[in-house]
Design a protein around this ligand. Structure first.
Ligand SMILES: Nc1ncnc2c1ncn2[C@@H]1O[C@H](COP(=O)(O)OP(=O)(O)OP(=O)(O)O)[C@@H](O)[C@H]1O
Ligand SMILES: [Mg+2]
Length: 318
């Protein structure tokens, strides 16, 4: 098969590994035999590497072809998955030679013949092939190894003769996790959590809770910030937003907000304060400052900016 990369200088740029794998998979699908399928499970967020697109595609074609050929005698599935990982990681002890940082891990797994220990020792050698003369150059895996190494990555193989083989590739990513998954408040449409309301003055707490309910949102109210924090830490995903009074002797709202963010970085923090003139010392993790007393209009605008109303299904039927 065609494998050798003749060009010496690498033609590198940022490229999306997911796209490369999809392209390679489309090519592989053209030659699928009956009873054999390919399943893709790619990382839901982009995986951008600094690489040579052509060479990278060749890597996955070579691995995919080997997997498909290993299943020629029987039926089976070729699975290609990718996920983001951070090194160092206990799950990747063999990656200790790689620098710490964000990586993408791609696994190409087949249910084919597997590789015996004797063959395993030589699979990456150039021109080593167990195939009949003319059926293989023996260059596929040596190219895989060379390209991945040149891109700062690593290849690992596990095989169980008679059952299948799993090639695992690690490659360094050049961008952090895209915003949509990490920091920043979620879009309102996706955020159906309850409001965590904390105000040490019980009458104010009760009034705000009533307003929030009347606006159609779920609310869990506390007059004790420490209790609120405990509750939040126990079930952080229940909440879609925190509405916190600033002036509380046990713990200021901003301090509580900081601790909530630590547990769940994307939760919007709204602080109610009677001292809005003080623009200094307003921490960046606070999304909105509301003047006290809070009006229904301001409250509505703020909640609607971050929260979707919970579904009211079943409310009438009970
Ligand atoms: N997924 C796999 N399952 C079983 N054996 C494999 C697998 N991948 C590689 N091998 C073994 O490793 C050998 C070397 O693989 P490599 O891809 O380097 O060369 P090849 O497939 O024989 O030839 P070419 O890739 O040049 O067509 C193969 O001949 C085969 O014995
Ligand atoms: Mg091959």
């Amino acid at each position: 098969m065609l494998v050798f990369s003749r060009q010496k200088s690498l033609n590198r740029g940022p490229c999306d590994l997911g796209e490369i794998i999809e392209n390679a998979t489309n090519l592989l699908r053209h030659r699928l035999k009956k009873g054999i399928e390919i399943e893709l499970g790619l990382s839901p967020t982009t995986t951008i590497i600094m690489g040579d697109q052509g060479q990278m595609q060749q890597v996955f074609l070579n691995l995919g072809n080997n997997g498909l050929r290993a299943m020629e005698e029987k039926c089976g599935k070729l699975k290609i998955t990718s996920e983001r990982i951070s090194l160092p990681s206990a799950s990747f002890p063999s990656a200790h030679n790689l620098d710490a940082g964000d990586y993408v891990c791609v696994r190409v797994t087949d249910q084919g013949t597997g590789i015996t220990p004797e063959v395993m020792q030589r699979i990456f050698d150039p021109f080593f092939s167990t195939r009949e003369v003319g059926q293989g150059s023996g260059l596929g895996l040596s190219v895989v190894h060379g390209v991945i190494k040149n891109h700062g990555g690593m290849v690992r193989v596990e095989s169980s003769p008679g059952h299948g083989t799993n090639f695992e590739i690690l490659l360094p990513l050049i961008e952090p996790e895209p915003l949509k998954k990490s920091s920043g408040p979620p879009a309102p449409a996706e955020n159906r959590g309850a409001v965590l309301l904390v105000d040490d003055e019980e009458t104010v707490m009760g009034m705000l809770a009533t307003m929030i309910k009347r606006l159609g949102f779920d609310v869990m109210a506390f007059n004790n910030p420490e209790l609120a924090l405990e509750e939040f830490n126990a079930t952080p995903n229940l909440f879609g937003l925190a509405l916190l009074d600033e002036i509380m002797p046990a713990m200021p709202g901003t301090e509580l907000g900081k601790r909530l963010k630590k547990k769940r970085p994307e939760i919007p923090i709204i602080i109610c304060s009677g001292y809005s003139a003080d623009t200094e010392g307003k921490p960046g993790y606070v999304n909105v400052w509301l003047d006290k007393p809070v009006t229904l209009k301001d409250l509505q605008a703020t909640l609607e900016r971050f929260l979707a109303r919970p579904s009211i299904q079943g409310e009438q039927t009970g």
